[in-house]
Write a protein that binds this ligand. Structure first.
Ligand code: ADP
Length: 487
């Protein structure tokens, strides 16, 4: 039998263990799809408080592994294991780094020692491979938090048996988050100062971990084709478009897949009533439950609900939402928003909600169960993002017949087919310019389509028939892994 391809997935979050956004959905579900394609995958992530106190049993695998980093004192860590034997998860346990209430910081700001935390985590790759006697052919890193693993592989670990056959792939889920730190922390990384340069980790006299990864990884990909092109332009490049252009031949786009065992109205355990394209009855029950959860006025049941589930961050277009909200609220509709993030948005939403009782529902929380109910019970889903590397919610929404209204950027553009009201073709509503009037126009088109019940049902069925499961995307990753292996 041919030898299996061995992949170590290095990630700072993964469902079902710890999640702040789409990264966790991807790294928690791609491993299963790869396993089904015959790949041997192990996942490595930090042992957060949320994992330690979570529902899933974990057990010790190894103790006192030595970090190869040059701290002023010798730091060790324990290795913990969990998950399916087919694609096991391993956790780097060092409580003063990872046993915290959040993953990266609080609404007031990032944790002060994120460089130390994620350098420690990335450097753990080598001792973990040694301890597990697992010699990966691909080390698959994600975002700035594990980008250093690609830097270490290239610069610190040549000659290390455990990783001698490994090539690195860096997946960028969001270019705006780069892992920027003051230069005086550089010695903590255990890298030669010669790498603190314009062709290395230096970025305007600061350390930029993602840039290091972009330069050192054998290949780079983003989570949609359009975003892989956009990030090579100044508008979307967040200062790294030039660096990315130097690697243009090694930058790929692979659309995220989704896990329909978790996100489908036909088998969703989190919603009160299940439904399918052939029998949509349950959706009305879910809508009633959603209205109750947000304290909406039950007499408005015939009016559409527009939902938003999001990190409360500038990226997600909340300034456009703020601009269109007063006009929207003059129409016969309801809006529900679930999110956590920047404090300025917490304050704004808490101020808006009481102005529109029974019509605008707001919850400042991270609540997976409620997210499922919103996908199921709402009629439309708003994603007016400034940029959107892939976006998962529009993909989930479509499966639930909740029609997305999104900006034509990144993954939104790649996954939503604009509705043509004449033919009834299409799965959602897109707008081009990042402007309130363009957003409002798209919402008005959706509201007009909603009035025509026959047309709306057709659009719902088109959307529900879309298939963005991992089948295609996992194959694309496998091809890329093979390409790396033969390079
Ligand atoms: P991003 O990764 O940029 O935050 P994505 O659309 O790719 O955006 O993925 C967001 C994921 O996080 C989705 O699974 C979404 O349901 C979930 N999510 C975001 N905010 C919340 C929240 N407040 N409560 C529950 N789930 C949330």
């Amino acid at each position: 039998m041919a030898e299996k391809l061995r992949v170590l997935m290095v990630t700072s979050e993964a469902v079902p263990f710890a999640k702040t956004g789409g990264l966790a959905d991807v790294t928690g579900t791609l491993p299963r799809a790869l396993t089904e394609l015959g790949v041997e995958v192990k996942v490595l992530m930090p042992y957060y408080g949320a994992v330690k106190q979570g529902q899933i049993a974990t057990s010790p695998v190894a103790e006192n592994l030595e970090s190869p980093l040059p701290y002023p004192y010798n730091l060790t860590f324990d290795l913990i294991g969990a998950g399916s034997p087919d694609y096991p998860f391993y956790f780097v346990a060092r409580d003063e780094f990872f046993e915290r209430s959040q993953l990266y910081g609080t609404p007031k700001g990032d944790y002060f020692d994120n460089l130390e935390r994620f350098a420690f985590f990335s450097a753990a790759v080598l001792p973990v491979c040694q301890a597990l006697e697992f010699h990966p052919q691909v080390i698959h890193c994600h975002d700035w938090q594990s980008a250093l693993a690609a830097v270490y592989l290239r610069n610190r670990w040549p000659g290390e048996e455990a990783v001698s056959r490994a090539k690195s792939l860096l997946t960028i889920h969001n270019l705006a988050y780069q892992g920027l730190f003051p230069k005086d922390k550089y010695p903590l990384l255990g890298l030669d100062w010669s790498l603190f340069c314009i062709e290395g980790l230096e970025y305007y006299d600061q350390i930029n971990l993602l840039k290091g990864g972009i330069i050192c990884a054998d290949a780079i990909n983003t989570v949609s084709h359009t975003y892989s092109q956009e990030i090579q332009t100044p508008e979307f490049g967040y200062g790294l478009d030039g660096v990315l252009r130097t690697r243009a031949g090694s930058v790929f786009g692979i659309l995220n897949g989704v896990d329909y065992t978790e996100w489908s109205p036909q088998n969703d355990p989190h919603i009160p009533a299940r439904f399918s394209p052939r029998n949509l009855k349950g959706k009305a029950a879910d809508k009633a439950a959603l209205m109750e959860a947000f304290g909406l006025d039950q007499s408005r049941r015939e009016a559409p609900i527009l939902a938003m589930i999001s990190r409360l961050a500038d990226q997600k277009g909340f300034d456009l939402v703020a601009q269109v909200l007063p006009k929207l609220m003059t129409r016969d509709l309801m809006v529900v928003i679930l999110g956590t993030g920047e404090e300025k948005y917490h304050r704004w939403l808490q101020k808006e909600a009481p102005k529109y009782p029974g019509k605008l529902g707001v919850k400042i929380a991270f609540n997976n169960q409620l997210a499922h109910l919103m996908e199921a019970g709402a009629d439309m889903f708003l994603m007016p993002s400034r940029y959107e590397p892939c976006g998962l919610n529009q993909i989930y929404s479509m499966k639930y017949g909740t029609i997305p209204i999104g900006r034509a950027t990144g993954g939104l553009k790649d996954t939503i087919t604009p509705v043509d009201p004449k033919t009834g073709k299409g799965t959602g509503f897109l707008f081009e310019d990042y402007a309130a009037d363009a957003f409002l126009k798209a919402i008005h088109s959706a509201l007009a389509a909603f009035e025509d019940k026959k047309l709306w049902q057709k659009i719902m069925k088109n959307a529900m028939a879309q298939d963005f499961s991992w089948k295609t995307s996992a194959k694309a990753y496998l091809e890329l892994y093979h390409k790396l292996g033969s390079a």
